[in-house]
Design a protein around this ligand. Structure first.
Ligand code: ADP
Length: 259
């Protein structure tokens, strides 16, 4: 009962002729759908057991059960890993919903005051950046609101800000901008961190793609952050631009259409 899907390309050929190419992509679409459903189901099914594991681990508190003090360290590690896995499952679920382009999961669109949103993301990020002695500054050059899904945009912007905190060294500087050009509203995150080699840049938004340096591995992200950012922006008619220079820093800019 799968609908027939065809890709049709028409190109000029000689003077008054056209070349028509028709490709049957039904099977390709079907496989893509199966993959999406599989990922969505697996992430959904992993959630319940994870919640139970996490809940019980929280209850195993050495302050309540002194006999557990001997295993406090392993318990702490188990709690941390359950938390990490929770983040991974949440990210997978979010991505598969974005992937399905399902209007039901498109989020409720409304006018968002991006200045308020970025202010609050910066406040959250400062908790982490303070430990690393980093400075986060927010520069706003626009009062324009943007009509979109608040949850999705917050998730995209947070990913970029937290990446900057995570990958930038102690004492580093992170600047966040909200501005407008003739055609776009632009949110950018600039850091003076390690930068990224050019060859990696086009692949950063692939799922689970991480620049494999020993340092990055220990930072403990899910490897899905930039894939989420790209999908969220595309859902809103925008795109992500990445500029980076090794040894100088990186700039991640989200371009959103002006309404
Ligand atoms: P992760 O969970 O690994 O952070 P992302 O998709 O968010 O996954 O990022 C992919 C990779 O891009 C990261 O593993 C890291 O190597 C690189 N990266 C992202 N942001 C920065 C940044 N601000 N500075 C340097 N490298 C970065």
């Amino acid at each position: 009962d799968e609908k027939l899907m065809l890709n049709i390309h028409i190109t000029p050929y000689n003077n008054d002729q056209r070349l028509v190419m028709i490709r049957d992509v039904t099977e390709k679409h079907h496989l893509e759908r199966v993959r999406q459903d599989f990922v969505a189901n697996v992430s959904h099914e992993l959630r319940t057991p994870l919640t139970v594991i996490h809940g019980y681990l929280e209850m195993l508190d050495p302050e309540v059960y002194p006999e557990l003090s001997k295993v406090e360290k392993p318990l702490q590690m188990m709690r941390q890993q359950a938390l990490n896995m929770g983040h991974l499952v949440d990210d997978l679920l979010l991505l598969s919903r974005l992937d399905a382009k399902d209007p039901a999961h498109n989020g409720n669109k409304k006018d968002i005051d991006i200045n308020i949103m970025l202010d609050s993301i910066c406040a959250e990020a400062r908790v982490l950046s303070g430990e690393k002695n980093q400075t986060i500054l927010f520069h706003s050059y626009s009062n324009k609101t943007f009509c979109g899904s608040e949850k999705q945009l917050r998730s995209a912007f947070s990913n970029l800000v937290f990446n900057a905190v995570r990958y930038t060294q102690k004492g580093g500087k992170i600047d966040i901008y909200w501005k407008e050009t003739d055609e776009n509203l632009v949110m950018s995150v600039c850091d003076n961190g390690p930068g990224i080699e050019e060859e990696h840049i086009p692949r950063l938004t692939e799922r689970f793609y991480r620049v494999d340096t020993g340092r990055n591995r220990s930072q403990g992200g899910t490897g899905l952050g930039l894939a989420i950012v790209k999908h969220v922006l595309e859902m809103h008619g925008g795109y992500l631009n990445i500029q980076s220079t090794v040894g100088k820093g990186s700039e991640f800019s989200c371009y959103l259409p002006k309404s």
